[in-house]
Design a protein around this ligand. Structure first.
Ligand code: SAH
Length: 260
């Protein structure tokens, strides 16, 4: 029944030029677990994803994986555990994504654009119609490092009780996956098609090119790093650069370099 309704929505939306979400939109959302300590949490996260229609799981330096505990806790989500991709760094895990959303229990300390996961889920879905978006989770005891967080454009929190706001990792994945599913099932909005955003890898190239030029002209001293590089990274993450904009900036930097 639900399927039939979605098809009808799709057709009505198409006539009005409105974009609608469907199950495929969720396939463009990657769940990234950064340095998970407990293999059981990997399995439980996969199960949480499976129940909500997500299937792209990335693991950055898991302490123990593959592991029987991950398989056991996954139950019906075992295929997601088996298909999980392993990465050496968060930057690698995000390379082909338009942007990433960091999740954290400690929202008061954040200096990024912060929102609750419900709002973040709608933002993610709008982009995921045409591009991949990642939602990033931290280590069970330490969360995400500042460096990891700088790779993300948005920060999302589950507004839990102030007295104790830190959910179990897999529980946090479940809540986020549920919100993404609800955002997918929400009636079509009349939003315009999202612009083609540059991938995390393309923005990283721009960042490297800028830093190289800053060093060559003496503005940045690699021996005395200051806060310059993280600030630039945060600026780029926030700016939500489009592919064309990255190309313009890179072309300009190249021209400046030649001019010297
Ligand atoms: N002591 C850690 C808690 C880590 S819990 C800290 O303070 O950061 C493991 C992960 O689950 C977190 O890194 C985050 O990704 C997710 N998580 C836990 N509680 C959350 C909440 N209230 N909102 C959003 N994400 C949460």
């Amino acid at each position: 029944m639900a399927k039939i309704r979605r098809v009808a929505d799709d057709e009505a939306g198409a006539k009005l030029g409105i974009v609608v979400n469907n199950e495929d939109t969720l396939k463009n959302i990657r769940v990234v677990l950064t340095r998970p300590s407990h293999p059981g949490n990997i399995g439980a996260a996969a199960r949480a994803m499976k129940t909500m229609g997500l299937d792209d799981l990335a693991l950055v330096q898991p302490r123990a994986f593959p592991h029987p505990e991950a398989d056991t806790r996954a139950r019906g989500g075992l295929d997601i555990v088996r298909a999980a991709h392993l990465y050496d760094s968060l930057e690698d895990a995000l390379a082909d994504c338009a942007y990433a959303i960091a999740t954290s229990a400690r929202h008061r300390e954040m200096r990024h654009e912060t929102m609750d996961v419900r709002t973040a889920a709608h933002a993610a879905l709008a982009t995921a119609r045409s591009q991949r978006v990642a939602i990033v989770f931290g280590n069970e005891s330490t969360g995400l490092t500042a460096e990891e967080a700088q790779l993300c454009r948005l920060w999302a929190h589950i507004p839990a009780d102030d007295g104790y706001s830190s959910l179990n990792l897999a529980s946090a994945v479940q809540v986020c996956a549920y919100e993404l599913r609800m955002a997918m099932l929400a009636p079509a909005s009349a939003e315009a098609e999202a612009p083609q955003l540059a991938s995390v890898a393309q923005v990283a190239q721009l960042h490297r090119q800028l830093v190289a030029l800053m060093s060559r002209v003496g503005y940045h001293d690699p021996q005395r790093p200051r806060q310059l590089l993280p600030r630039m990274r945060r600026l780029f993450a926030r700016a939500q650069l489009e592919v064309d904009e990255v190309n313009i900036l890179r072309g300009f930097l190249k021209a400046l370099d030649r001019e010297r």
